[in-house]
Design a binder for this molecule. Structure first.
Ligand code: GAF
Length: 381
């Protein structure tokens, strides 16, 4: 058993005085490209991290749900609830129970203990990993017939309507639908997917993930503000979502948007959707090294047009590129979090050192870096 499986099992036994019936794991994610495109009905291309959240679970004897974790060993218990009734981190679990019932499924009452190795608050989807591990456990233990393609939207509703975060479908899709060795090309309008082979080692390449360790600043409000700007732009342009504006139609769309902020937000989404499509085309052709400039262009667009980067992530991108990376960009919602760099496999140590040196020079908190390999999606262990 992995370390987190052991810790989740021990937390379960300590809290409830019995052994769990099983263990379910769900991963965090890195989004290779396609940022803030999900809630614009656009395209994303994440892969699952090897770092996972494990839920140790067993049926509950009294018809209520209980959840504890290695960080919060005292169980939170609840019955059937409505949004707002369970708050704090327990809301993610109560939200999944609520969203399953709302979708017409009867989740079994269970006891849960959680441990996770997905870094919290680093833009690697620790909340989706929690939701997805619990959702998968409830579906398996309850024998619920919930097709894989419907599961991300159920977890997303938990986050949107129970927890109250206005996020898109990217993170839950990645945690539930990703496969080992693949990047997940997802159409966020139709939920159609294509599993794209993503074997960097065979090409002598690697993805270095650099956690900026920058404190998130005003994340919730800024995320919601970006989403609102995109919806406002789509309404002015008379399209259901910014996905419906093509790169060819962009100059005309920008002319019709009076406001400079709306123009910038729109330009990011439209060009970012095209960069996802271009990246997918290169990967399908086995030309992985050539995706570097698209990654770097995505970063520039997030920095200059969507305005969601901070100094620490910009410096990490610049330092990685100066050290020879083929491309680099921030990944995730922004305002801190992680950067990914496409590098020659042999350069992981030197690239990480170069970023750490650039941080030290500026007096930033030291970054944390590791090579990420595409892992599996949510599963029973
Ligand atoms: C966060 C959100 F949860 C996702 O839905 C997505 O919008 C992402 O930011 C940005 O691409 O992770």
């Amino acid at each position: 058993m992995s370390d987190i499986s052991v810790k989740a099992t021990e937390a379960f036994t300590a809290a409830y005085g019995e052994e769990p019936a099983g263990l379910w794991a769900a991963p965090g994610r890195v989004n290779l490209i396609g940022e803030h495109t999900d809630y614009n009905d656009g395209f994303v291309l994440p892969f699952a991290l090897p770092q996972r959240t494990v839920a140790a679970v067993a049926p509950s004897p009294d018809g209520t749900w209980s959840v504890c974790s290695t960080l919060a060993p005292e169980p939170v218990s609840f019955g059937v609830t409505e949004p707002g009734e369970v708050t704090g981190w327990g809301a993610y679990v109560a939200g999944v129970v609520w969203a399953l019932r709302e979708a017409g499924f009867e989740p079994p009452a269970v006891r849960i203990a959680i441990d996770s190795e997905v870094p919290l608050g680093s833009g690697l989807s620790s909340s989706a990993a929690l939701e997805s591990s619990v959702l998968t456990a409830l579906i398996d233990l309850g024998g619920l017939d919930v097709p894989l393609e419907r599961r991300p939207a159920i977890a997303q509703r938990a986050e949107n309507l129970y927890v109250g975060a206005p996020t898109g479908i990217l993170d839950q899709s990645a945690s539930i639908r990703c496969e080992a060795g693949k990047a997940l090309f997802l159409d966020c309008r139709s939920y159609e997917i294509e599993q794209i082979p993503f074997d960097l080692a065979a090409a002598g390449l690697a993805i270095l993930v650099i956690n900026s360790n920058a404190p998130h600043q005003h994340v919730d409000g800024e995320y919601g503000a970006r989403r609102k700007s995109c919806e406002e732009s789509a309404a002015i342009l008379g399209v259901p979502a910014l996905r419906d504006v093509s790169v060819a139609g962009l100059p005309d769309a920008l002319d019709r948007l009076g406001d400079d902020v709306l123009r910038k937000r729109t330009r990011h989404i439209v060009t970012e959707n095209q960069r996802v499509l271009d990246t997918v085309a290169l990967l399908r052709d086995g030309r992985v090294r050539e995706i570097g400039p698209l990654l770097t262009a995505s970063h520039a667009s997030m920095r200059d047009d969507f305005e969601i980067t901070v100094a620490q992530v910009d410096v990490a991108v610049e330092a990685a590129l100066a050290a020879g990376a083929h491309g680099a960009r921030m990944t995730g919602g922004g305002f801190g979090g992680c950067v990914l760099a496409l590098i020659d496999a042999a350069e992981a140590g030197s690239t990480a050192d170069a970023v750490a040196a650039a941080y030290a020079e500026r007096g930033f908190t030291a970054p944390t870096s590791w090579v990420a390999v595409a892992g599996p999606g949510a599963t029973r262990l």
